[in-house]
Design a binder for this molecule. Sequence first.
Ligand code: FES
Ligand code: FES
Length: 218
Amino acid sequence: MEDLDPPRPSRRALLQAGAAASLLWVGGARALAQPEASPAPANRSRPLPSRAITLRINASDQLLDLDPRTTLLDALRHQLGMTGSKKGCDHGQCGACTVLVNGRRINACLSLAVMHEGDQITTIEGLANGDLLHPMQAAFIARDAFQCGYCTPGQICSAIGLLQEVRAGWPSHVTEDVAVHSVSLSDREIGERMSGNLCRCAAYPNIVAAIRDAAEEA
Ligand code: FES
Ligand code: FES
C-alpha cells in the first residue's frame, strides 16, 4: 500500500533550520534594542544669520555685525578688541568679566550682546577721564589691591556698582537692619557685596581697604 505521509525531515535539516531561526531572532532583537540614530537637527551646524546692532560703550556708539548668540563679553573682547574685561570662568562664577550696564554691575559672560541695544555700557576702559583715574582705580593703586591684576578690572567695576547700590539703600545678606535706608559700609558689608568677585591671588584685605577708601572719599 502506498505511503501517504509527507517525507519526514532529517535530523540535520531540523538543526540547520533551528540555527537559522535563532540568528534571525537575535538580529531582530538587536534591531529593536538599538534605537535608530536620531537625525541631526537640521540647523545645528549651520551658523545663524548675523545681526547688525549698535552698542553704546563708554559713551561711544559701536556698530557690530554678530551671531545673535554672542555674549557681551565676547563682543567686547573679540569683536571690539576691548580686552580690559577679562574672561575667567565664562560661567558667571568669578566676576572677572564684570561691567556696568546703566550703572548696574553684571557679568558680561552671562548676557547676550543683542540684549543691550540702547543700554549705556561702561567697561574698565571707560572709567578714567583722560589721564585722571576714576577714584576707585586710584584707591586700588594706592592700596596695592592686586597682584597679577587679572581680576582687577572686574573688581573695580563691581566696586563702583557696589557703591551705587549702597547709595540707593540696598541691603545685603549681612545688613543688620534691612529697614534702615542708609547702609553703613563695614568691611563685612564690603566682603559680602564683593563675594561675586574672586581673586586667586587673595588680595582681599587690600581690595576691601581700597573700596573703603573710595567710599569715604565719595
Ligand atoms: S568670566 Fe564671567 S563670571 Fe567668570
Ligand atoms: S590680583 Fe590676581 S587674581 Fe586677583
